[in-house]
Design a protein around this ligand. Structure first.
Ligand code: SF4
Length: 435
């Protein structure tokens, strides 16, 4: 989009790299190129924007980030791209990082979307560091023997952890939640990889201690308080789940970039045994803010004089409803009534139940995978929150045709309904435990 701000820009998105080299070589001064792939000495870099400075192959490099905050790590990315460009013989003389302006609003000219920072000096320094190790990295990559992997705190979030350094290790320290990366690194430095080896004198909070005990004894934890907490919840039960999106380019008026906006919800009402009595769902299909409509619908479906419990699986719903109270003070009675009856099922579960197969996690998907594996998110067309955000944003940006839009709405509603169904399963599972 930003390329359109420059005159005579050339989009090289679908052009192969040999062709790109030719085009760049023969281009004239001030020509702007965007979305190009550069390959040199076995390195490949994706370049957002490149502007030719002079015919002796000097260039301005632009890196675009969709965050509303500048992050130092962006310099690393720009330095890598600059290194790859220089390996092809192109000299980067200026590097600019563009990130999203918080003040941009829907409908403003695209030139107001970004804030720019000149990072030339920092990139020149880091680029030299990358040059020094770049040949060695290629040698290592070409080597027939794999470098020996070693455990680091970042392995916790690596998707191949179970097949790499986590292979065949049960009772891993990563199963203890909320350990900081400093604490994890300290353990690793001292050779502590399994929970059994965590020193007794290391202070764990009560949840961490519970998990440690469960893992060491290979036991499931059920607190004595669980029955009491469950009997304090009152039927008929309501299960409420919101879906939200946050986009760099606002979807409609008066919304700042990257603002989290609620776009849909699913609401189930069940009897004491988990039988669904009613299901209600809503999705905003229009390019305009719907929070007043959501507030009124929640009141219509949930506000009443009973003390029936409204169950969520995070505090996101109550935070959002508090925001609605600030926005619409005239609706405070009904919205406060809803908040006062809310129960966060995830917190209740964390306080009262732990299964070693949770591996330190309490997310709805992890818990369902263990206690109700027949409920499969994998069978849905939209399987996770990231897919849901992308599908919704594409729909509102007008990228989909009518048929795809209708199918997307169905898929989004199904995904959200799955979350309320999962909550019912978890709640019933806990009720059956204490029966
Ligand atoms: S688990 Fe991932 S991050 Fe850790 S060593 Fe293996 S590949 Fe690297």
């Amino acid at each position: 989009m930003l390329c359109h701000h420059y005159q005579n820009f050339i989009n090289l998105d679908s052009v192969n790299h040999e062709e790109i080299n030719k085009i760049l070589k023969t281009s004239s001064t001030n020509q702007v190129f965007c979305n190009l792939s550069i390959i040199a000495s076995r390195y490949k870099a994706r370049v957002d924007i490149l502007q030719k400075q002079s015919t002796n192959n000097t260039w301005n490099l632009f890196l675009i980030k969709l965050s509303t905050k500048y992050k130092v790590k962006y310099v690393n990315e720009a330095s890598f791209i600059a290194m790859v460009l220089e390996k092809t013989g192109m000299k980067v003389i200026k590097t600019t990082i563009l990130y999203i302006s918080k003040n941009y609003r829907f409908g403003m000219h695209i030139s107001k979307l970004f804030i720019s920072i000149d990072c030339t000096e920092a990139v020149n320094l880091q680029k030299q560091n990358f040059f020094k190790i770049s040949d060695k990295i290629i040698v290592d990559l070409k080597s027939r023997s794999m470098p020996h992997p070693y455990l680091k705190s970042v392995c916790k979030h690596c998707h191949i952890f179970q097949h790499c350094v986590g292979k065949n290790i049960n009772r891993h320290i990563f199963d203890i939640p909320d350990l900081s990366s400093v604490e994890l690194e300290n353990f690793i430095k001292r050779g502590i990889h399994i929970i059994d080896d965590i020193p007794l004198k290391f202070k764990l909070n009560s949840l961490q201690q519970t998990i440690k005990n469960c893992v060491l004894r290979n036991e499931t934890y059920i607190s004595q308080n669980l029955k009491y907490e469950l009997t304090n919840m009152h039927p008929p039960f309501f299960y409420l789940d919101f879906e939200s999106v946050s986009t760099a380019i606002p979807l409609y008026e008066h919304i700042a970039p990257n603002t989290q906006i609620v776009t849909q919800f699913s609401l189930d009402k069940t009897d004491n045994n988990g039988n669904i009595l009613t299901h209600y769902e809503y999705i905003n299909k229009k390019k305009k803010d719907c929070c007043n409509h959501i507030a009124k619908m929640l009141i219509k479906h949930l506000c009443n004089k009973s003390c029936s419990s409204i169950i969520t699986y995070s505090n996101f719903e109550s935070i959002y409803i508090r925001k609605l109270i600030n926005l619409f003070p005239d609706l405070h009675y009904g919205l406060n009534n809803i908040i006062n009856r809310m129960v966060d099922l995830e917190l209740l579960l964390k306080r009262n139940y732990y299964n070693v197969n949770f591996h330190g996690k309490s997310s709805m998907k992890k818990v369902i995978e263990v206690i109700s594996p027949e409920l499969k998110y994998m069978n849905l067309d939209i399987k996770n929150g990231k897919d849901a955000t992308i599908a919704y944003a594409f729909m509102l940006y007008g990228i989909y045709n009518k048929t795809t839009k209708q199918q997307t709405i169905k898929n989004l509603l199904k995904y959200c309904a799955m979350d309320t169904l999962a909550m019912i399963k978890i709640h019933q599972f806990l009720i059956n435990l204490v029966k």
